[in-house]
Design a protein around this ligand. Sequence first.
Ligand SMILES: Cc1cc2nc3c(=O)[nH]c(=O)nc-3n(C[C@H](O)[C@H](O)[C@H](O)COP(=O)(O)OP(=O)(O)OC[C@H]3O[C@@H](n4cnc5c(N)ncnc54)[C@H](O)[C@@H]3O)c2cc1C
Length: 407
Amino acid sequence: MTFDLPWDPEMESPATVLIIGGGPVGIEAAIYARFLGYFVSIFESRRVGHRMLDWHDRPLALPVSQVTTPLGHAAIAAQNPEYQRPDPNRIFTGREYAEEYLIPLAKTDLLFDDIHFLSPVADVSRIRTHRRDPIHLQDRCNDEFRVLVQGQHRGPWIARGDCVIDCRGHSIEPIGMGPGGGLAIGERDHENDFLLHAPGDRKHEPKHLNGKHLGLIGQDAMACQCVEDWLQRFPPETESRLTWMVRPRGPYDSHRYSKLRDSIESTSPRNLVCLETLGVESLARQENGKFRWKLLKEDDSTVELETDLAMRRTGYRYRSIGCELHSHADHWVGANAHSEWNAPTFVTAEPGYYVIRAGSVNGHSIEEGAGAGLPAAFEGIRQVFAMIGGREDLDLYKIIQQQSGSS
Ligand SMILES: Cc1cc2nc3c(=O)[nH]c(=O)nc-3n(C[C@H](O)[C@H](O)[C@H](O)COP(=O)(O)OP(=O)(O)OC[C@H]3O[C@@H](n4cnc5c(N)ncnc54)[C@H](O)[C@@H]3O)c2cc1C
């Protein structure tokens, strides 16, 4: 692993790592940083692991050995000598994962005081280097980060640090429901009207869907999950209806999506229709409260549809308490940085700003279900700290595993 970056990413401790997001990836990144002797601050818009808690009683896609790390278990065991490591072959549900692993980890002395919950990050910049300054990458790298936190209790405040690890999970990509992933007319106005929870989620309220017509747009893993949940809960003889708006079949369809479409087409449930569209041109709410969708078809015509309820699963930001993150790095992530510099995907063109997502590292896919992308994210964490620590072979996971094996 030799990366040829136009700045020196090495960072000696003491230094402060700012972590955005208190999901499985953010918490693991934080514990890794603490074991290496860095100070950390973790900012979470809501509460630690709330997405896994929402995943509720559905099983994760991978066993304990792959969704947890030796470092995490070692930290919990150091705090609580009674801690029984779970069977590595066991499959946690989302709730068990949060309650038996993630939250105990967040409560260890190593992290507890450094986690700021109900604290969405609204903005990231540098102290001395202006966003628009001609970029001297090494100078930018030497400058501190400034993070604006919109604390729910404390109000707005500023944190400073030497590097930022962005672990916002699905919240990162703002993909709208319009054609090409753009915004539909009216999409922003109805931000608070969309149904948020799939039938298998912790917070789903069954009364919402009983006897109602739901319009669902999107075909990513979350959309598929929602349809699978819906099919389980509403067999064809029920009055609840689903119109699933999807793009015409194409080469980029995931395996999971294709399988689900095939199975729907072969069984043709009476109360589920798949409607192919390039995207939503506009969405409006009528006086009777119903949603009116205008959909663009492949032949450039439009078709209108009325539903009682609306759900968007296009990969749009999972609602983060009305707070959108603006950061210089946002404009740079994915810029030709990676090909030019032989850089891994977690490096952005903003020196010291890293993005680690479950499923985003080295092309691993998250299509297989909850937690499927975590091993790739843990590998991303290892690589980030090998880079920051200036030691290519640094692998705390291996070291801790060897230590616990020999003790
Ligand atoms: C509806 C639903 C669908 C799911 N679909 C999948 C799936 O398709 N594949 C999969 O692997 N898992 C899925 N999961 C399971 C699980 O959520 C993920 O595997 C896991 O949470 C990913 O971990 P993460 O740390 O990358 O992201 P998350 O758990 O999403 O953690 C990111 C955290 O960042 C916080 N955050 C966001 N923006 C900000 C901000 N500006 N400031 C501060 N904090 C911020 C969020 O509140 C969140 O807690 C799903 C869960 C649910 C409830």
